[in-house]
Ligand binder design. Structure first.
Ligand SMILES: Nc1nc2c(c(=O)[nH]1)N[C@H]1C(S)=C(S)[C@@H](COP(=O)(O)OP(=O)(O)OC[C@H]3O[C@@H](n4cnc5c(=O)[nH]c(N)nc54)[C@H](O)[C@@H]3O)O[C@H]1N2
Ligand SMILES: Nc1nc2c(c(=O)[nH]1)N[C@H]1C(S)=C(S)[C@@H](COP(=O)(O)OP(=O)(O)OC[C@H]3O[C@@H](n4cnc5c(=O)[nH]c(N)nc54)[C@H](O)[C@@H]3O)O[C@H]1N2
Ligand code: SF4
Ligand SMILES: [Mo]
Length: 751
């Protein structure tokens, strides 16, 4: 019997970055526990981490490429799979141009070290304008708002959780999600600590969530109306003389413009629309302004809605107006070890961001950060003409379940000439692929959260080597990505991957030494590359990022600074300290100031004002998350799906009585685009007139190879979400606040 071994790694499943202690024997996982010595998580984990053992062993997780032959996906060798891609994809590019190939990047491409570092190489090689990602069913409104206000797509202030005394939370349920755009292990513990030290947590949500239940106070809000509520606070801050910019005054532009924009939104004017009374809005404004250390934090409920960008913007407007932005205990900017767009370039000034440099072909939706709205994907596949998508590459995504009007996209995918998926399952999306290239088990990959650590509430760096070697002959995902890049670049399926990797690194090194603000500016790129030897792949790129980052050793210029070798010697992570004030240095706007009323956002306020008197439909739909679920893709693990069904429609008792539906009975829910049936759960934790259905379910489609998930199929809430309704500034889908009709379904005959 092989010896038992203990190794440490960071959990890659959500944004919380918890440290794990993994005991293994040979290729077998013996146990998974929280790593008590992890400098950030101190032993905290959630039930999903244990499921890594089952994910690693899941017989449905793909171990070999699949190639479609006579209509069936069949196992193939890696060479056969790449040959098939070359044979089918290259002629499409040659005959119809690069835009004929669409790309969809899913959520795990942000969590995977390989995909976050090498994804760009594939996109560059492909050169398509038809790029889509899960960002436009998620946080794009926040990225648009902070880009315009502070200058880069990742200039997102994060609440300084461990030092704040007052936190206003909207549209987030971190007791379940473990936090988002706010990387921190054990957010529940950190929120409880705020109250324990005498502070206040206020939650605004149409549902009394677990986070709300543990807060100091909770207010129901009508879905989609956060911008009204937040403008009400802004109005009150000005009207009651509570605006106090402090140190930020000289760094902030357009404060008077914000005051003017807020004029139609007095608390009394918005109270009826958002369902929170004017006195409460005024009191919260006052409490926020008077608290010494306070922050407003909002997440997906405020992004995936009709006024997503406005709501996301107003959150930081309030943080600025109350003097809490960039202050200890307020909303602060991370300084990540690998650097970020706001640690590079000239401190305090930059190019800012621009959108709409081109538009989507069919709906003319503006491009945002180089992407088109995921909600446009189906129409770009279906609509003939120059630039029509005829082939698709999906990378770690399941848009049939995660993007609006999933049924339409499902049909569109079936009409493609060719589809390649990088994925680990045959699921609702990848069942349409002609070739599937499997990634590895999370335990067979190295890990570093290059992106999430840029949004962390502390500056922390942790590297995890692979726990197990990949199976013989199974390439790491960065190698798969590079091989695919070589094929679409016309270099053939037999290209030299090591040489390509050298090329990718050399490009980055040359970029660094050419950048005036880089700590290795002017150095010899060949010397730098030799100092990175003998590393390869993601480790080499990560080492480069760390050594040129804000704490880096700068290849000798800053002795004792960070490098990958230092992280390797510290498997429980390195704590680089709490967040520190960074204004003005962090700003990258052309003016060098905080743009409090960016022109595109100010122009959108009229749309909000025009809808002030509008009334909602009788029932509106919102989403929710579950602790033992992760978007669409972990339902094949028994430990996570056992017990009561999770995919239920929550309904207030008054609505249930009116509709004549009892708990456990099936409801039929209909929207403009479709209908689903699912069991009802009657609960007074939800606001009257609102129904909550989680997304990521609906595993009952033919040809998926998910034995466990299919037996716990649930219904796909995105069969209801309307692909034609977007937040106009960000192109983000509207997944919350959707009008639906609800009735009691014809009940199945009892057995
Ligand atoms: N109605 C509604 N819809 C929503 C949301 C909502 O709140 N309501 N939330 C939205 C949000 S926030 C998000 S992020 C999206 C998620 O949307 P997607 O990213 O499209 O979907 P996921 O369910 O995360 O699917 C991830 C895929 O990656 C695969 N995968 C996992 N690990 C790896 C790996 O290491 N390599 C590769 N190649 N593949 C891997 C899985 O098998 C799965 O197919 O859903 C969105 N959709
Ligand atoms: N267990 C688990 N953890 C996850 C995930 C998961 O699927 N499962 N997904 C991960 C991903 S990809 C993401 S992006 C994050 C998301 O992390 P969170 O943003 O915390 O996501 P949710 O738990 O869906 O919380 C959203 C809340 O918004 C509320 N809401 C809906 N509409 C509105 C509205 O109009 N206004 C307001 N104020 N509230 C509204 C909902 O009732 C819900 O409580 O979670 C991540 N973590
Ligand atoms: S909270 Fe997130 S990172 Fe932490 S153990 Fe759970 S899934 Fe993993
Ligand atoms: Mo997400």
């Amino acid at each position: 019997m092989p010896d038992e071994r203990t190794s440490y790694r960071v959990c890659p499943l959500c944004e919380a970055t918890c440290g794990l202690e993994i005991r293994s024997r040979g290729r077998e996982v013996v146990s998974i526990r929280g790593d008590e010595a992890d400098v950030f998580s101190r032993g905290f984990i959630c039930p999903k981490a244990y499921a890594l053992k089952e994910l690693d062993a899941d017989p449905d997780r793909l171990r070999t490429p699949l190639v479609r032959r006579n209509g069936m996906l069949e196992p193939a060798t890696w060479d056969e799979a790449f040959a098939e891609i070359e044979r089918r994809l290259v002629p499409i590019i040659r005959e119809r141009g690069r835009d004929a190939v669409g790309v969809y990047l899913g959520n795990p491409s942000v969590h995977s070290l390989a995909l976050s570092l090498y994804g760009q190489a594939l996109l560059r090689a492909l050169g398509t304008k038809n790029l889509f990602s899960a960002s436009t069913v998620d946080q794009m409104p926040k990225q648009v708002a902070v880009g315009l206000m502070f200058g880069t797509m990742l200039s997102t202030p994060v609440p300084d959780l461990d030092r704040t005394d007052y936190l206003l939370v909207l549209g987030a349920n971190p007791f379940v999600s473990n936090g988002s755009l706010m990387t921190a292990p054990d957010v529940p513990g950190r929120l409880r600590a705020i109250r324990r030290r005498g502070g206040t947590v206020v939650v605004v949500d149409p549902r009394r969530t677990r986070t709300a239940a543990e807060a100091s106070e909770h207010h129901f809000i009508r879905p989609g109306t956060d911008a009204y509520f937040l403008f009400g606070i802004v109005h009150a801050l000005f009207a009651d003389g509570l605006v106090r910019l402090g140190r930020l005054a000289e760094h902030t532009a357009a404060v008077e413009e914000v005051e003017a924009l807020a004029r139609p939104f007095a608390p009394e004017a918005v109270a009826g629309r958002c369902g929170i009374d004017a006195a409460t809005i005024r009191r919260l404004a006052r409490e926020l302004a008077r608290a010494e250390r306070a922050a407003v934090y909002a997440r997906i409920g405020t992004c995936t809605q009709e006024f997503g960008t406005l709501a996301s913007w107003l959150v930081d407007v309030i943080n600025v107006l109350t003097g809490h932005l960039d202050e200890v205990g307020g909303a602060m900017f991370t300084r990540a070890a690998t650097g970020s767009p706001h640690t590079r370039g000239t401190p305090g000034r930059g190019k800012g961001v621009r959108f709409g440099r081109r538009r989507s072909r069919v709906r003319e939706a503006p491009e945002v950060y180089g992407e088109l709205p995921a909600a446009c994907l189906a129409e770009e596949i279906e609509t003939p003409g120059e630039g029509q998508i005829r082939a698709l590459v999906t990378v770690a995504g399941n848009p049939v379940l995660s993007t609006p009007n999933g049924a339409r996209l499902d049909r569109a995918l079936a009409s493609l000439e060719f589809m390649v998926s990088l994925d680990i399952y045959v699921n609702e999306t990848t069942r349409h692929a002609d070739v599937i290239l499997p990634g590895l088990s999370p335990l067979e990959q190295s890990h570093y959260d290059v992106i999430l650590r840029q949004l962390a509430i502390r500056n922390v760096a942790t590297y995890s080597p692979p726990t197990f070697d990949p199976p013989a002959g199974h390439p790491s995902e960065w190698q798969t990505v590079l091989r695919l890049a070589a094929i679409v670049a016309g270099q053939g399926e037999g290209a030299d991957i090591a040489a390509l990797d050298d090329f990718v690194v050399m490009q980055r090194v040359e970029h660094e030494v050419a950048a005036p603000a880089s700590p290795i500016h002017g150095r010899d790129p060949v010397e730098i590359r030799s100092l990175l030897a003998p590393r390869r792949g993601p480790e080499r790129l990560l080492d480069l990022l760390l050594r040129t980052g804000p704490y880096g050793d700068a290849f000798g210029a800053n002795p004792g600074g960070l490098s990958l070798a230092v992280l390797e010697a510290n498997p429980h992570g390195i704590d680089l300290g709490p967040l520190e004030p960074r204004i003005p240095e962090v700003l990258r706007t052309p003016s060098g100031r905080i743009e409090l009323a960016p022109e595109p956002i100010a122009a959108d306020v009229e749309r909000l004002r025009a809808a002030l008197e509008r009334s909602d439909g009788e029932m509106v739909l919102i989403g929710r998350r579950d602790l033992r679920s992760n978007n669409s893709w972990m339902h094949n693990l028994r430990v996570l799906v056992k017990g009561n069904p999770r995919c239920t429609a929550q309904l207030h008792p008054a609505d249930a009585a009116r509709l004549g539906i009892a708990s456990g009975e099936l409801a039929r829910v209909t929207s403009r685009v479709g209908a689903i049936e699912l069991p009802v759960e009657v609960t007074d934790a939800i606001m009257p007139g609102v129904m909550s259905i989680p997304h990521g379910w609906g595993h009952d489609l033919t040809d998926v190879r998910l034995a466990v998930a299919s037996a716990h199929a649930g219904a796909n809430s995105n069969r209801l979400a309307d692909e034609l309704v977007l937040d106009p500034l960000s192109g983000n889908a509207v997944l919350n606040g959707l009008r639906v009709a609800v009735e009691r379904a014809v009940q199945p005959a009892s057995p």
